[in-house]
Design a protein around this ligand. Structure first.
Ligand SMILES: *Cc1c(COP(=O)(O)O)cnc(C)c1O
Length: 373
């Protein structure tokens, strides 16, 4: 079976994790601090705050906004469900906006279409690693006086306008789940440029303490911590950060390899009418965290049949990106029409793309798709 994704984990990651264990310091400590500095530099941000997942990172990013019940936050429905859930964690109301067919992302127009007097913020996603138009969306958010949280879960190694996806973001949340390009098992990061915001995030992820447990342990004098606000335990461990530091060294190479595999898919698929593969938008380069194809007329086989046929022949593809508004968890929400979202989630599939995919695998996969055309 050709899996849809395999994390690239080598002996170096195993050794780094073992070294963290042998050091006796396994909770958030010096390796997390180093990973934060190095990841922030890679992401184009001044500060990184490591957290236990992108979901918890999104939660904290929204806590920063001090939203109240009745406040609306515009999110794409076409995203992993955590994007919308984070809005509910803080008691605000997620309002679903449609996306652009080519990128799967929010645009200024789709956001504007659902904006109301109660809108306070936007969570925009770099979906599957495809960057949204940061210049246009950040400017619109500014003009409207709305906060913008960037869900960069999939976007490590993606560039926008020649810079890393996080550069210039007020706040961006990243994921290191094994389904993403860079993994720490579970894990996430929030990147920001503002030092005070970074300090608040550090406090929020660690019980609201004014001094981190790591600093307290390192001190030769007794340090009495104070709990400044009701907060969370969203810390990353030093074992995870040790793995993350090794992964960070692989990131550029992994992205180049993914882009080469994506280019070959695009070339092989170009002869099949009605199959539209994802591509770079004009403003950036995707890391191809997810390589999806949209089935269009005159392609004749339905998406689920294509998935079943691929599975029968040893290929583990996946349905396209989910739409939160179609899930039971959001059955109580009556969104404005989301035709593009529903089209993409119904008619797209994600093809295997990882470091072990060979040219033969790609020809095999595309051969099946051609037969089903
Ligand atoms: C994976 C993903 C998340 C959640 O990341 P976790 O680290 O698993 O919490 C959030 N948003 C998007 C767009 C994702 O793809």
């Amino acid at each position: 079976m050709i899996p849809v994704m395999i994390p690239m984990l080598g002996e170096e990651e195993a050794a780094a994790a073992a070294e963290a264990v042998r050091s006796g310091w396994v909770a958030q400590g010096p390796r997390v601090a180093r990973f934060e500095r190095e990841f922030a530099a890679t992401a184009g941000a001044a500060h990184g705050v490591a957290v236990s997942s992108c979901t918890t990172g999104l939660h904290l990013s929204l806590v920063l906004l001090a939203l109240r019940p009745g406040d609306e936050v515009i999110v794409p429905s076409l995203s992993f469900i955590a994007t919308a859930n984070a809005v509910r964690y803080v008691g605000a109301t997620p309002v679903f906006a449609d996306v652009d067919l080519a990128t799967g992302n929010l645009t200024v127009d789709t956001i504007d279409a659902v904006r109301t007097s109660r809108t306070r913020a936007i969570v925009a996603v770099h979906q599957g690693g495809v960057p949204f138009d940061t210049v246009a969306v950040r400017k619109a958010a500014d003009d409207w006086g709305l906060a913008l949280v960037e869900d960069a879960a999939c976007a490590a190694g993606t560039t926008v306008y020649g810079q890393p996806a996080g550069a210039g973001a007020a706040v961006a949340a990243w994921s290191f789940h094994p389904r993403k390009v860079l993994t720490t098992g579970e894990g996430g990061m929030v990147t920001v440029d503002d030092a005070d915001t970074a300090a608040r995030l550090r406090r929020l992820r660690e019980h609201g303490m004014n001094v981190s447990a790591a600093d307290r342990h390192r001190s030769s004098q007794p340090v009495l911590e104070t709990y400044l606000e009701t907060a969370f335990n969203y810390r990353m461990t030093d074992i995870q950060a040790a793995v993350g530091l090794v992964q960070l060294g692989r990131l550029a190479g992994l992205v180049e390899q993914r882009r080469a595999l994506a280019a070959r898919y695009q070339e092989l698929l170009s002869g099949i009418d009605g199959l539209v593969p994802v591509r770079d938008p004009a403003w950036g380069r995707t890391n191809y965290q997810s390589f999806w194809v949209l089935l269009n007329r005159p392609y004749r086989t339905g998406r689920d049949e294509v998935l079943a046929e691929l599975a029968k022949r040893g290929v583990s593809a996946r349905r396209g990106i989910m739409a939160a508004h179609l899930e039971p968890a959001y059955a109580d929400v009556a969104p404005a029409p989301l035709p593009v979202t529903e089209r993409i989630t119904r008619d797209s599939l994600i093809l295997p793309l990882h470091h072990q995919v060979t040219e033969d695998d790609q020809r095999h996969i595309v051969g099946i798709l051609r037969e089903l055309a």
